[in-house]
Design a protein around this ligand. Structure first.
Ligand SMILES: Nc1ncnc2c1ncn2[C@@H]1O[C@H](COP(=O)(O)OP(=O)(O)OP(=O)(O)O)[C@@H](O)[C@H]1O
Ligand SMILES: [Mg+2]
Length: 329
């Protein structure tokens, strides 16, 4: 989780993202023209007779994304980005091996391309914002069905890291106004679905094929032995954020106040096998933990800004909106 997305109000974050998008878009016609002039040569060779119709649609982190007829090709020579494309391919194979072939592209081809690699798939279409729940729920169901039901050995590492950060920020333990640490741990001391998780499930990572079937993309962060519900919670958090002009932490707090009553999200929320009373707590800790790659192990000092942010967030009255909480603890 990027800190900017966590703490910036949504309209500021959107402006920042739009600025970057505009900067990116401005160079695309030039890169397309470069292709027409036969550069970069390995990519031109990869495109073959499709080159005249090829269009660069994205250029990010040294990765060229090109649409050529029904082909979608990504090419890079940058070592970090080569690793990203290789990971995408490895995860695509892994998802297929875990019975999720129907949720991903039928084929992805990874090939050496000059000094770099090319990753080629079929062209997909964006899904409508209003269709995102309907298009994503079948994918969530498939992930749930492919997972096994078991009591986890430990808390999700992100939640564990979030608890440590929370303790550090709030003088040794989580504030009572937030939740007892034992109550959070109890949420995971029961059978839940454990299996493959996408780890970045949101509307822009779901596309559709020519027949309108939802297809999951951006597979590089997938992992095994994860609690699948965390993906659904993240999806729900981002969905709510897209409708509120606020930062993600604030949106998760508001969701708690509403008891997570968001009618259009209910088909997705109904799949979550963690106690509803603690969804926001789990999500906040997960977000804190996921955003703390630099403080993992958390023996390191957290920055004063993060400390203040976490302290303010966790010290609010989290019991409002959870009438059953006392009964559950
Ligand atoms: N098969 C495809 N057909 C058409 N467009 C695609 C296809 N795959 C990806 N795209 C487009 O490229 C965009 C970026 O792809 P992807 O989500 O894999 O990477 P990313 O989100 O940029 O990666 P990162 O997480 O590193 O930011 C998608 O949002 C989509 O617009
Ligand atoms: Mg993506």
């Amino acid at each position: 989780m990027k800190w900017k997305q966590l703490i910036l109000p949504r309209h500021l974050y959107r402006t920042y993202k739009l600025g970057r998008l505009w900067k990116n878009q401005a160079k695309l016609p030039w890169l397309t023209m470069l292709l027409r002039f036969g550069r970069p040569l390995p990519l031109v060779r990869q495109l073959g007779s499709d080159r005249p119709q090829a269009r660069v649609i994205l250029h990010k982190q040294g990765i060229w994304s090109i649409v050529a007829g029904a082909r979608f090709i990504r090419y890079t020579t940058k070592p970090k980005s080569v690793a990203k494309l290789q990971k995408e391919h490895v995860m695509w194979r892994l998802l297929r091996e875990h019975g999720l072939a129907d949720m991903v592209q039928p084929s992805i081809r990874l090939s050496a391309c000059g000094q770099g690699v090319a990753l080629e798939t079929g062209l997909l279409r964006q899904i409508g914002m209003d269709d995102q729940v309907e298009m994503t729920v079948p994918i969530m169901r498939a992930f749930m069905a492919a997972a096994k039901l078991a009591v986890p050995d430990a808390l999700p590492p992100t939640v564990e890291a979030g608890i440590k950060l929370g303790r550090q920020a709030c003088g040794g333990e989580l504030p009572a106004s937030f939740a007892l640490e034992s109550a959070i741990r109890d949420c995971f001391a029961r059978q839940v679905r454990i299996g493959v998780s996408h780890q970045d499930l949101h509307v822009y990572n779901i596309m559709q094929d020519a027949g309108g079937k939802p297809i999951l993309i951006d597979l590089k962060s997938c992992d095994v032995d994860r609690i699948v519900s965390i993906d659904i919670l993240m999806f729900a958090g981002k969905y709510i954020q897209a409708r509120m002009f606020d930062n993600l932490l604030e949106c998760v707090f508001s969701a708690q106040q509403l008891g997570w009553c968001v009618a259009e999200l209910e088909p997705a929320l109904a799949l979550i096998d963690l106690p509803r009373t603690y969804w926001s707590h789990i999500l906040i800790l997960h977000l804190m933990g996921a955003g703390s790659a630099d403080t993992q192990g958390s023996e390191q000092e957290i920055s004063p800004i993060s400390r203040q942010l976490y302290q303010r967030m966790l010290s609010r009255d989290w019991s409002a909106g959870c009438p059953e909480r006392d009964a559950e603890t």
